[in-house]
Design a protein around this ligand. Structure first.
Ligand code: GLN
Length: 456
């Protein structure tokens, strides 16, 4: 990562990043820029560098935050109308950690509203365009984060991954994306989607940069009691010898070019002395259904706080309190947000709770056990990230089921709480990036990052 020093100033780095943000404006990456504050911070950092102070491991490095990260004094919209006027009163823990090492937040980037989606087309502010082909989607929900790194506007971005939102856009744009072990990083100050699945991570141009960011951010946080005791810096990367491939993912649902890319990578790995083992994971076929029960159930609870009283937008001209709640939520949420609220309420309602939510919770346990068993047979798993490369804008946005199928190979990782890293691996015949994901057991973040370094 290019840090500031006495010759390359933080001010110069920030100015360059802002210039690039302006240059690539038509990609619709940024929801807001933090120009004034970023330049002020850069000047302060330059002064400290001039005085010979150690500013930190990210001295003057410009970065962008997904617009569901609270950054004090900036608008935090979650790409929604309901939070459009909301200004964050505090920093997310991850923002604090990055700033403590000298990083500079230059702007907030686009996402599917409340991170609901797989293409960034559900954003209230319009879709972000794919970095390689402007007629295609950026992926989602962290589409802005992926494209900002792919276009080299910033060195890295933050993202959140509830069911694939870091890994899928990373693979659609040819960059690295890490979803850490659940609880490795703090969720404090990041707008909640589904709390038992949400994991906050990063987009970068290399596995080395992910390593650096994890050593800075993977820490226990007293403000988020689901964070794990520190393990990342102490843990030793296991030498990866046996690589598992999931039999069920080698199916017709997956684009032939992606399957071929995985096979080619496996051949390469065999040549370099690795062992490839085929793993049967029959329970994974339930993962998508389980995810689309548990996730909306948690979404409906997390979104109940947006009532027009406490945060952001309020619909005027309502006759009474009930219609004020109703109108605010009706006007403030996007269609996809409402769909999830409805499904969530349905699966949690008395009479359906046992049939849907409870069953899904049990099936989730089976998925966790299946991953545990798989990791007895291999050190890591190597799988496709999504069934297809970046698709055309507008192709799936009117068809929620088609959009949900995008998440086929990414959601089980969140259900199991394990880490996954998307690495740029190949290209389709028409030049679209193909990513593969490396998965490991809980707390094996260092192992998969190191393996990603090896694979480059
Ligand atoms: N695409 C998935 C969904 O729509 C995952 C979203 C995410 O990880 N935030 O739920």
């Amino acid at each position: 990562m290019k840090t500031a020093n006495k010759t390359v100033t933080a001010t110069q780095l920030v100015k360059d990043a802002l210039k690039k943000a302006e240059f690539f404006k038509d990609y619709n990456v940024f929801i807001s820029l933090n120009e004034e504050a970023a330049l002020k911070r850069a000047a302060e950092i330059d002064e400290r560098i001039a005085r010979g102070e150690n500013v930190g491991r990210l001295a003057g490095v410009p970065f962008a935050a997904k617009d569901n990260y609270l950054v004090k004094g900036t608008k935090t919209t979650a790409a929604s109308h309901i939070l459009e006027p909301f200004e964050a009163p505090l920093n997310a823990t991850i923002i604090d950690q990055l700033e403590a090492e000298g990083a500079i937040m230059i702007g907030k980037v686009n996402l599917d509203s409340f991170a609901h989606g797989s293409s960034t087309e559900n954003s209230y502010f319009g879709p972000t365009l794919n970095a390689v082909d402007k007629t295609r989607v950026a992926g989602g929900s962290s589409g802005g984060s992926a494209v900002a790194v792919a276009l080299d506007v910033v060195e890295f971005t933050t993202g959140s991954d509830t069911g694939g939102s870091i890994r899928q856009p990373a693979s659609f744009n040819g960059v690295y994306g890490l979803k850490p072990t659940y609880g490795a990083t703090s969720r404090y100050g990041v707008v909640s989607m589904a709390s038992s699945l949400d994991t906050d991570g990063f987009f970068t141009k290399s596995a080395e940069d992910l390593d650096l960011l994890m050593s800075i951010c993977a820490h226990r946080d007293e403000k988020d009691l689901t964070t794990l005791p520190d393990f990342y810096e102490e843990s030793e990367a296991k030498k990866v010898q046996k690589i598992g491939v999931i039999k069920e993912f080698d199916s017709d649902v997956v684009d032939p070019e992606i399957r071929a890319c995985l096979k080619e990578k496996c051949e390469e790995l065999k040549k370099s002395g690795h062992e490839i083992v085929e793993i049967d994971m029959p329970t994974l076929k339930y993962a998508l259904a389980v995810y689309y029960i548990i996730q909306p159930a948690e979404v409906t609870s997390n979104l109940s706080r947006y009532d027009g009283i406490r945060y952001g937008f309020r619909s005027e001209n309502s006759a009474d309190l009930d219609s004020l709640y109703g109108n605010t939520r009706n006007e403030g949420f996007m269609k996809e947000n409402k769909r999830r609220i409805m499904i969530g309420n349905f699966v949690l309602s008395s009479g359906f709770y046992d049939a849907y939510f409870l069953k899904a919770a049990k099936a989730r346990t089976l998925i966790i056990e299946e991953y545990n068993k798989a990791f007895e047979k291999c050190d890591v798993l190597l799988t496709p990230v999504s069934p297809n490369p970046a698709f055309k804008l507008g192709e799936k946005v009117g068809d929620p089921m088609a959009m949900y199928i995008e998440d086929l190979m990414s959601v089980s990782i969140n259900l199991a709480g394990i880490p996954g890293i998307a690495i740029p691996t190949g290209k389709t015949k028409n030049g679209l990036p193909i990513g593969l994901q490396i998965l490991g057991p809980r707390r094996s973040d260092k192992t998969i990052i190191n393996f990603a370094k090896e694979l480059k």
